[in-house]
Design a protein around this ligand. Structure first.
Ligand code: PEP
Ligand code: MN
Length: 269
């Protein structure tokens, strides 16, 4: 039986890079950057809470070509502004091809491989060779084993800075967007030390369910959260229903902080 790297590595580099001294990873920001004004409002909010990771997405992989596909290369000037004004905040951006990586690599700290790109083995191998930090989201139709095997491509080529992110799988239930797989971090914890975080925004599909899912994920042992926030969700060009206003996020944040504290206290008692 083959020994997988995902089973044998200690993922010290992942913990050092994504967590530093903290027990919990937290990233917020809009579904997509839309213009400079909303970007600076969002980043200022992130900074005001001392949150270290920010969604600075300029490429969007959308179901319909008629939907907002992100600012693309026109967003690069905004990324430069973010780097100047918020040098301590680490920027996350989704990429789905090598060309995008090359265009934004000087401004972006963490590359998200989105659900639809989980099987992009060329991209995972390329990023592995560079040891570029990645967040690998779960494809909505994949098993945990398939997900770990895609992580293995990145590890095989030398990548050592990886976070997995659960974002739900497709089910027959139409009342929300995806079924969040609450046990995936527990199952992965049994076989691998790769840290697993949760995205409650995309499975919820509606801002009113994001807090419940976020608290459930923290209770189930997910080691962090990425949450979509927008200064004015109603006007958002993508995923407007599920993005939290800054006020809604503050309420969630207060509850999450208490729960994280409580969770780690129970574990260390
Ligand atoms: C996202 O995080 O913006 C996103 C599109 O997520 P997913 O790839 O999980 O759909
Ligand atoms: Mn989104």
């Amino acid at each position: 039986m083959k020994n997988f790297l995902y089973e044998s590595l200690d993922f010290k580099e992942s913990y050092e890079f994504f967590f530093e001294d903290e027990q919990f990873f937290l990233g917020i920001g809009p579904c997509a950057l839309e213009n400079l004004d909303m970007t600076l409002k969002s980043a200022e909010f992130c900074k005001s809470l001392n949150i270290k990771f920010f969604r600075a997405f300029i490429f969007k992989l959308r179901t319909s070509v008629y939907d907002f596909l992100g600012l693309g290369e026109n967003g690069i000037d905004i990324l430069k502004e973010l780097k100047i004004h918020y040098p301590k905040i680490k920027l996350i951006c989704e990429i789905f091809n090598i060309e995008q990586y090359e265009i934004i690599k000087d401004y972006i700290d963490i590359f998200q491989i989105g659900a639809r790109s989980m099987y992009n083995t060329d991209l995972l191998s390329y990023l592995g060779k560079k040891n570029s930090p990645i967040i690998l989201k779960r494809h909505f139709g994949s098993t945990i084993y398939e997900w770990l095997n895609m992580a293995e491509y990145y590890l095989y080529y030398g990548g050592r800075r990886i976070l997995l992110c659960e974002r739900g799988i497709k089910s027959f239930e139409p009342s929300y967007r995806y079924s969040f797989d609450i046990l995936s971090s527990s199952i992965i914890r049994n076989i691998s030390n790769i840290p697993v975080i949760a995205d409650p925004s995309h499975p919820a599909g509606n801002s009113c369910y994001v807090k419940d899912l976020a608290l459930a994920a923290v209770s189930a042992g997910f080691k962090g959260l990425i949450i979509e926030t927008h200064p004015n969700p109603k006007s958002a060009l993508s995923d407007s229903k599920q993005q939290l206003s800054h006020e809604q996020f503050l309420d969630l944040y207060k509850n999450v902080k208490e729960l994280v504290f409580f969770y780690h206290k129970i574990k260390s008692d």
